[in-house]
Design a protein around this ligand. Structure first.
Ligand code: PEP
Ligand code: MG
Length: 874
C-alpha cells in the first residue's frame, strides 16, 4: 500500500505524534473527545522528509492527496476555497513531534483574494474586519512564504497612519484597510516582479512548502541542537478552518494553562483579548485580561472552557497549554499540548499529580527534564528583564546559569574587584591554571577560545560557575582591557551579562535571581534514586567540590584530577618546579613539596565521602596548561631551582610540544619518572592509613592510571604503585585494601581492553580524550570548525557534550565487554564530561556500566537521567 501523507483530524489520534506532530495528534485527539475543534487535516512529518528527499519539492502524489482532502474538508464544513459566497479560510501551521515554540512558521487567513474578500465582507457584514484580515494575510504570506520582511509592511502602515493623522491601527477604517491591501500588493509586485498569488490552492501549496522549509531555518536548527531534536524528524503541517476572534465584541482569543507554568500552582492560568486574533496576544500591543476575568465577560464560555481544560488535564494526566478562540460567543479549541514549565513548576506539578492520584511515582520521575534541574541549582536571569536584553553574540553553553557583572580581563583584577565587593565577569582569550582564583570569585566566565572540555569549561562546571566559552567572534585586547562583539565595545568595568545555559552574551546588566531548591526536590529525587541502576559519583578535585557533590547526592568520587589540586597560586609553583626539573634530584625535591599537599587533600576527600569510593587519578598534566609564561613566575622558579632565568627559559623551550594533548602526559609521565607515581601512591596510602586509624569508616582508595594505551605501560606503573603501597601498609601494620585501575581514553586501550583488564581492577571511560582521539580533532580547537559541521548537517551536536554513540560509544561498549570477559567483577564507569549529560547517561545505562561520574552540579541531573533510563528500559 502506498504511504498515506494526509490525515483528516477525525482519522488521527493522540498516539500518532511521530507522524502527525504534537499539534496534529492533539487536534485529532480533541476531535475524538468530541471537543469543539475547527476541522481540518494534517500533512504528515513523512511528507516533510519526502519534501527534502525530493530536493525541496512536494511531489504530485502528495499534492493530489492534499487536494483530495481539501475537497472532503470543504464538504464537511460546507464552505469552499475561493468561493466569494461562502469562503473557506484556513490557517496553516507547523507542528513537530517535539514542541518547538515559535521556531517555525504560521500563516493565518489563507484563502483570501480580491473576490473572496468582497464576499467575506458581505458575509460577516464587517468590511473593515474583512479587509484587515486580508492585509494581515498578505503581510504574513509575504513574510513567511516569500521572505519579504514584515517591518517593510509595518512602514507602509505607519505611513498610512501618518497620512490619516492617527496613531493606532484600530483607528484605521475599512477604506484605509482596503487601501493598505492595494499598497501591500503593489509593494509585493515591485519586489517580486509578479502579482500576489490569488488562487487559494496555489497559496495553500506555497504555504505548506514554506512550513516545511521553516524546519530548516537557522533558529529552528539552533533550537534543535540545544534540545537534541533530530533533524530527520521533520515537521507536520496542520491546515485548519479559521475561526475569528476578531469578528466583534462577542469574540476573542486567548491562551491558558491548567496550572501555573511558572510556579506549578493548581489554578487555571492565562489571558485573553476580546475582538482579537492570536497574533495580537503574542504581539503584546494590547494588554490582555487574566483568564479569570472571562468568567464575568462571558460566563457560559468560561464555564465551558474550564470544563474542557479540566477534562484535557485528566485525559493527558499532565498540565495542558491551550489556545482557544471565541467566535460570536462560540468557543473553539485550537490547540492543546503538555505545557512548557519552569523547573520549579515541573517539580511541583509532578509531585502534586502523584498526591492527587493522577500518576505514579515512576511516571512523575519521567515528567521532569533532567537538564531543567540546572535552573534550580544556578542563578537565572529575571524573565521580565530578559525581554529588554540586547544579545550581542553567542558562544558555547559551557557551564549553566546566568551571570551579570562588570567586565574584567585578568584574574588579578577579578580578585581585586571582588574584594572590593564588585560582581565581575571575567573575560579571557582562554583560561589557564593561573586564572583559577580569578575564576573562583567571578559570577561568570567568558572565553574567546576553547571547547566544551576546555580548561575554562571543565573548571567552571566543577565550581558551578556560569561559563560561555569559545566565542570566536570576540575581538579582544587584553592589554588595553577591552573587547568588541556584535557592534559594541566593552571596557573594563562595563556591565556584561552571560547565559551559560544558552551561550548567549548580552550587553549591559540583566538582574539575576538566585538558585532555589524547593521542598519537593528531595522527595522527587528520592523516587528517582529508587529506580536507577547506575550509581552516580562526582568529579571532585578539592575537598570543597567533594562536599558539594556529596550534598547533591554523589555516592563517591569517580575522578579526582590530582593536577587540578595545584591550581592555587601557592601550590602551582611546586607543580611547575616538578615539570621543569631537569634531573631526578630536582624532581624529587619538587615532589617532596607536593606530597604533603596531596596527602592533606586526600584525607579531606576520604572524610567527605565517608567510606564511599574515592578514585584518585595520577598526574595527567598536559604540560602546556602548567608551564610558566610570565617573566616574574619564571624568575621565581629559577631562583628556587638555583639556575639562571636564561637556563630556565631554555628548559621551558625544550618542553615545548607541537601537540601537548598527545604529548608527554598521562602515564607517560610516570613511565619516564616513576618517582612521580611513587610520591602520589605514598600520599594516597598514608592519607588512607590516617583516616582508617580514626576508625569512623574504612577507606579503600581507587588509584587510577591515566592515558593508558598498552597493558605493559599500565603494568609498569602499577608495579611502582603496588611496591610502594604494600610497603607502607605493612609498615603501618593495618589491613588496608586498595585497587588499581585505569582510564580508557585512548582507542588502543579500548581495542585491547581484554589485555588491559588483566592488570586493571576497574575501567573509567575518559570520554573527553576518547572523543578527541577517536575523531582526531582537538578538544580545545574543535569549536572553531564544528559550526560548519552543524550548518552542513554533518554533525548534529558537539561530540564533546553529547557522546557520539555510534563511534566512541562503540568503543565503550566493546571495551566494557572485553574487560568483563577477562575480569567478570571489573567495575566500569565513565568520568568524561558526558557523565553529566542526560542522553549520554542513558547510553551508559544501556551498555551496562556500573556508574557515571560528573561535576558536582550535574550530579542531580545524572541521578534523574539514570532513573529515566532505567524506567524507559523496564
Ligand atoms: C577524559 O579524558 O575524559 C577525562 C576525564 O580526563 P581529562 O578531561 O582530565 O583529560
Ligand atoms: Mg583525559
Amino acid at each position: 500500500m502506498s504511504t498515506k501523507y494526509v490525515y483528516k483530524f477525525s482519522e488521527g489520534n493522540g498516539t500518532m505524534r511521530e507522524l502527525l506532530g504534537g499539534k496534529g495528534a492533539n487536534l485529532a485527539e480533541m476531535t475524538n473527545l468530541g471537543m469543539p475543534v475547527p476541522q481540518g487535516f494534517t500533512v504528515t512529518t513523512e511528507a516533510c522528509t519526502k519534501y527534502y528527499e525530493d530536493g525541496k519539492q512536494i511531489n504530485e502524489d502528495i499534492q493530489n492527496e492534499i487536494f483530495e482532502n481539501l475537497a472532503a474538508f470543504e464538504k464537511l464544513v460546507g464552505k469552499r476555497f475561493g468561493d466569494p459566497e461562502n469562503p473557506l479560510l484556513v490557517s496553516v501551521r507547523s507542528g513537530a513531534r517535539a514542541s518547538m515554540p515559535g521556531m517555525m512558521d504560521t500563516i493565518l487567513n489563507l484563502g483570501l483574494n480580491d473576490e473572496v474578500v468582497e464576499g467575506f465582507a458581505k458575509f460577516t457584514n464587517n468590511p473593515r474586519f474583512a479587509y484587515d484580515s486580508y492585509r494581515r494575510f498578505i503581510q504574513m504570506f509575504s513574510d513567511v512564504v516569500m521572505e519579504l520582511p514584515k517591518p517593510e509592511f509595518e512602514k507602509i502602515i505607519d505611513a498610512k497612519k501618518e497620512e490619516r493623522g492617527v496613531t493606532q491601527d484600530v483607528e484605521l477604517d475599512a477604506d484605509d484597510m482596503k487601501d493598505l491591501v492595494v499598497r501591500f500588493k503593489a509593494f509585493y509586485k515591485e519586489k517580486k516582479g509578479t502579482d500576489f498569488p490569488s488562487d487559494p490552492k496555489v497559496q495553500l501549496m506555497e504555504a505548506v512548502k514554506a512550513v516545511f522549509r521553516s524546519w530548516d531555518n537557522p533558529r529552528a536548527n539552533v533550537y534543535r541542537r540545544m534540545n537534541e531534536i533530530p533533524y530527520d524528524w521533520g515537521t507536520a503541517v496542520n491546515v485548519q478552518m479559521m475561526v475569528f476572534g476578531n469578528s466583534g465584541d462577542n469574540s476573542g482569543t486567548g491562551v491558558a494553562f491548567t496550572r501555573n507554568p511558572a510556579t506549578g500552582e493548581k489554578a487555571l492560568f492565562g489571558e485573553y483579548l476580546i475582538n482579537a486574533q492570536g497574533e495580537d496576544v503574542v504581539a503584546g500591543v494590547r494588554t490582555p485580561f487574566p483568564i479569570s476575568h472571562l468568567q464575568e465577560d462571558m460566563p457560559e464560555v468560561y464555564n465551558q472552557f474550564a470544563e474542557i481544560a479540566n477534562r484535557l488535564e485528566q485525559h493527558y494526566r499532565d498540565m495542558q497549554d491551550m489556545e482557544f478562540t471565541i467566535e460570536n460567543g462560540q468557543l473553539f479549541m485550537l490547540q492543546t499540548r503538555n505545557g512548557k514549565r519552569t523547573a520549579a513548576a515541573a517539580l511541583k506539578i509532578a509531585v502534586d499529580l502523584v498526591d492527587e492520584g493522577m500518576i505514579t511515582e515512576d511516571e512523575a520521575v519521567l515528567r521532569v527534564e533532567p537538564k531543567q534541574l540546572d535552573s534550580l541549582l544556578h542563578p537565572q536571569f529575571n524573565a521580565d528583564e530578559m525581554k529588554k536584553a540586547e544579545c550581542i553574540g553567542k558562544g558555547l553553553a559551557a557551564s549553566p546559569g546566568a551571570a551579570c557583572g562588570k567586565v574584567v580581563f585578568t584574574a588579578e583584577d577579578a580578585k581585586e574587584w571582588a574584594e572590593k565587593g564588585e560582581k565581575i565577569v571575567l573575560v579571557r582569550r582562554e583560561t589557564s591554571p593561573e586564572d583559577i582564583e580569578g575564576m573562583n570569585v567571578a559570577e561568570g566566565i567568558l572565553t574567546v577560545r576553547g571547547g566544551m572540555t576546555s580548561h575554562a569549561a571543565v573548571v567552571a562546571r566543577g565550581m558551578g560557575t556560569c561559563c560561555v566559552s569559545g566565542c570566536g567572534e570576540i575581538v579582544i585586547d587584553e592589554e588595553a582591557k577591552e573587547f568588541s562583539l556584535g557592534g559594541k565595545t566593552l571596557h573594563e568595568g562595563d556591565f556584561l551579562s552571560i547565559d551559560g545555559s544558552t551561550g548567549n552574551i548580552y550587553y549591559g546588566a540583566i538582574p539575576t535571581s538566585p538558585a532555589a531548591i524547593s521542598g519537593d526536590f528531595g522527595r522527587f529525587m528520592g523516587w528517582a534514586d529508587k529506580v536507577r541502576k547506575l550509581k552516580v559519583l562526582t568529579n571532585a578535585d578539592t575537598p570543597r567540590d567533594a562536599k558539594q557533590g556529596r550534598s547533591f547526592g554523589a555516592q563517591g568520587i569517580g575522578l579526582c584530577r590530582t593536577e587540578h589540586m595545584f591550581f592555587e597560586e601557592s601550590r602551582i609553583k611546586a607543580m611547575r618546579e616538578m615539570i621543569v626539573a631537569e634531573n631526578t634530584e630536582d624532581r624529587k625535591k619538587a615532589l617532596a613539596k607536593i606530597e604533603p599537599y596531596q596527602q592533606g587533600d586526600f584525607e579531606a576527600l576520604y572524610e567527605a565521602m565517608e567510606g564511599d569510593p574515592v578514585t584518585i587519578r595520577f598526574l595527567d598534566p598536559p604540560l602546556h596548561e602548567f608551564l610558566p609564561t610570565k617573566e616574574e613566575d619564571i624568575k621565581e622558579i629559577a631562583d628556587e631551582l638555583g639556575i639562571t632565568v636564561a637556563k630556565l627559559k631554555e628548559v621551558i623551550a625544550s618542553l615545548h610540544e607541537f601537540n601537548p594533548m598527545m604529548g608527554h602526559r598521562g602515564c607517560r609521565l610516570a613511565v619516564s619518572y616513576p618517582e612521580i607515581a611513587e610520591m602520589q601512591t605514598t600520599a594516597v596510602i598514608k592519607a588512607a592509613i590516617n583516616v582508617t586509624k580514626k576508625g569512623n569508616f574504612s577507606v579503600k582508595p581507587q588509584i587510577m592510571i591515566p592515558l593508558v594505551g598498552e597493558v605493559k605501560e599500565l603494568k609498569f606503573v602499577k608495579d611502582v604503585v603496588v611496591a610502594t603501597a604494600d610497603k607502607l601498609i605493612a609498615e603501618a601494620g593495618i589491613d588496608l585494601k586498595y585497587e588499581v585501575g585505569t582510564m580508557i581514553e585512548i582507542p588502543r586501550a579500548a581495542l585491547t581492553a581484554d589485555e588491559i583488564a588483566t592488570e586493571a581492577e576497574f575501567f573509567s571511560f575518559g570520554t573527553n580524550d576518547l572523543t578527541q582521539m577517536t575523531f582526531g580533532f582537538s578538544r580545545d580547537d574543535a569549536g572553531k570548525f564544528l559550526d560548519y559541521y552543524y550548518d552542513n548537517k554533518i554533525y548534529e551536536s558537539d561530540p564533546f557534550a553529547h557522546l557520539d554513540q555510534k563511534g566512541v560509544g562503540k568503543l565503550v561498549e566493546m571495551a566494557a565487554k572485553l574487560g568483563r570477559q577477562t575480569r567478570p567483577d571489573i567495575h566500569l564507569g565513565i568520568c568524561g564530561e558526558h557523565g553529566g549529560d542526560p542522553t549520554s547517561v542513558e547510553f551508559c545505562h544501556r551498555v551496562g556500566l556500573d556508574y557515571v561520574s560528573c561535576s558536582p552540579f550535574r550530579v542531580p541531573i545524572a541521578r534523574l537521567a539514570a532513573a529515566q533510563a532505567a524506567l524507559k528500559d523496564k
